[in-house]
Design a protein around this ligand. Structure first.
Ligand code: GDP
Length: 471
């Protein structure tokens, strides 16, 4: 950052110090902090999303309206546990298979398609709002219609309300399936009355929320539900352009023993083809093969079609957006770049034990053991330091020497210190070049001394929270 705004790093540390932020030169700063410092130093800055830079060569393709075709609506089912989400999804699918449309054997790949009056509907096959929220948290919005399932014999329950909140927050059109109407004690009118409390007013009550009584068990009114979904799709005009490179979302992914990383993706725009090069999160993929929801091998997937894709370098995360890029190399580079950034962010966010933070950690009771790696130029010094450290009783904090040795601080010393959250005490020795690099990456605290009592003094002061920051 100092380089970027043409100042000395030490000046930034000084500015931060005045702001009450004790940092070292290698520490990461949050965007907010960068903004404050920039303002303080009269530097004009502009944040860009690193991902936008990666895709700078892939500027948004503007779809020609003439290319747009109707795509099947994508439906997610939500509601309270045991209200019948799973059975509803199974029954809709089985009815379709029985009707003879599907040829192969149904496969659970995370989403499936059914056909109603020659039109397709895509269902996301992982019910529950956890999947929905997880996707949304990753910025993915795949759902065109959310079906809220409420059991007519049980009524509105806590997870019903949670689901309503999530659907509203996502601004997705909502329809209610009042389920289990085959049951003797079913009271679908009561469900409608309860739902008015959440501003869901049934059409027959003069509101604008579509509600339909169904039975996932007997299949009653499931056709009606599909018709209503298609009607909603007509209102929304779900459209996409098949004549462009595909993009979409990872619905489900796992490691398969025989086939390696596999992921089910939902194509949201464009057409995905075997041989395409993809990036999704930190994974890249040269599409080796694709299978649809009845296990048939396919070479193409058009908008709203879920397919299981083989050929991934890694297992992507559900909710990751995938995009097609020009070649394998670009895909690998972008995925690699993201992985590096993700690792750095994780490290920056991980609280690192430093001598300065020691006092706080002790006071908060988070620290009862202080781990140390001791390196020195001669074994006599190392032993002396280790012995002194062992003797320290610091307000209930026990010191533990996880490694002691003669010689420069090696990369492995840093790796060990990182893993055991230890502080490195170096006596008249320096870190090797690659160790220095790892120190920068991990934020491990390395202290260099040439006088034993100074080291002891520092540690005692640090435990009491009295250590003055060093720059
Ligand atoms: P989920 O937790 O919402 O996925 O609920 P399930 O689909 O697992 O259903 C919970 C229980 O309710 C199961 O025993 C189902 O067989 C039963 N069930 C679901 N729908 C109906 C229905 O329409 N009528 C009846 N009688 N039982 C149903």
């Amino acid at each position: 950052f100092a380089k970027a705004i043409g100042v000395n790093a030490v000046d930034i540390v000084a500015v931060l110090f005045r702001m009450g932020e004790m940092v070292t030169v290698t520490q990461s700063m949050s965007n907010d902090l960068i903004e404050l410092v920039a303002a303080e130093m009269d530097a004009e800055i502009n944040f860009v999303d690193a991902d936008d830079l990666l895709f700078a060569d892939y500027d948004e393709v503007q779809d020609d309206p003439a290319d747009l075709i109707d795509r099947p609506p994508v439906v997610t089912v939500m509601g309270h546990v045991d209200h019948g989400k799973t059975l509803l999804l199974d029954s809709i699918r089985n009815a379709d298979v029985v009707s003879g449309e599907a040829g192969g054997i149904t496969q659970h790949i995370g989403a499936y398609q059914v056909t109603r009056d020659g039109r397709k509907i895509t269902f996301i096959d992982t019910p529950g709002h956890e999947a929905f929220t997880a996707m949304r948290a990753r910025g993915a919005s795949v759902t065109d219609v959310a079906i809220l399932v409420v059991a007519a014999d049980d009524g509105v329950k806590p997870q019903t309300v949670e689901a309503i909140d999530h659907i509203k927050a996502a601004d997705v059109p909502l329809m209610v399936a009042v389920n289990k109407i085959d049951k003797e004690n079913a009271d679908p009118v009561k469900v409608r009355t309860q739902l008015t409390e959440y501003e869901l007013i049934a059409e027959e009550f003069g509101g604008d929320t579509t509600m339909v009584n169904v039975s996932a068990k007997t299949g009653e009114n499931l056709d009606e539900l599909l018709d209503l979904i298609l009607l909603q799709a007509d209102v929304e005009e779900t459209k996409a352009n098949p004549n462009r490179d595909a993009r979409g979302t990872v619905i489900e992914a796992h490691l398969d023993r025989g086939r390696g990383a596999v992921a089910t993706v939902l194509v949201q725009n464009g057409t995905l083809r075997v041989g395409d090069n993809l990036v999704a999160g930190v994974a890249s993929c040269k599409v080796r093969a694709m299978f649809d929801d009845v296990g048939e091998r396919v070479t193409e997937a058009e908008p709203s079609k879920p397919v299981m894709v083989l050929g991934w370098s890694d297992v992507p995360d559900a909710g990751d957006e995938f995009r097609v890029v020009d070649d394998e190399r670009t895909a690998r580079d972008i995925a690699g770049d993201r992985a590096t950034r993700a690792r750095k962010e994780e490290l920056a966010n991980r609280p690192r034990l430093t001598l300065e933070s020691l006092g706080d950690a002790v006071q908060e009771g988070q620290l009862t053991n202080l781990n140390l790696v001791v390196k020195g130029d001669v074994s006599g010094t190392v032993e002396a330091v280790a012995a002194e450290m062992d003797k320290l009783d610091l307000e209930g904090v026990r010191t533990r020497i996880v490694r002691k040795g003669v010689g420069a601080v090696t990369n492995d010393d840093v790796v060990l210190a990182d893993a055991s959250d230890a502080i490195i005490i170096a006596f008249n020795v320096r870190p090797e070049a690659n160790a220095r690099q790892t120190i920068e990456e991990t934020g491990v605290d390395l202290r260099q001394y040439s006088i034993i009592y100074k080291a002891i003094e520092d540690i005692e002061a640090a435990v009491k929270g009295l250590l003055a920051p060093t720059f």
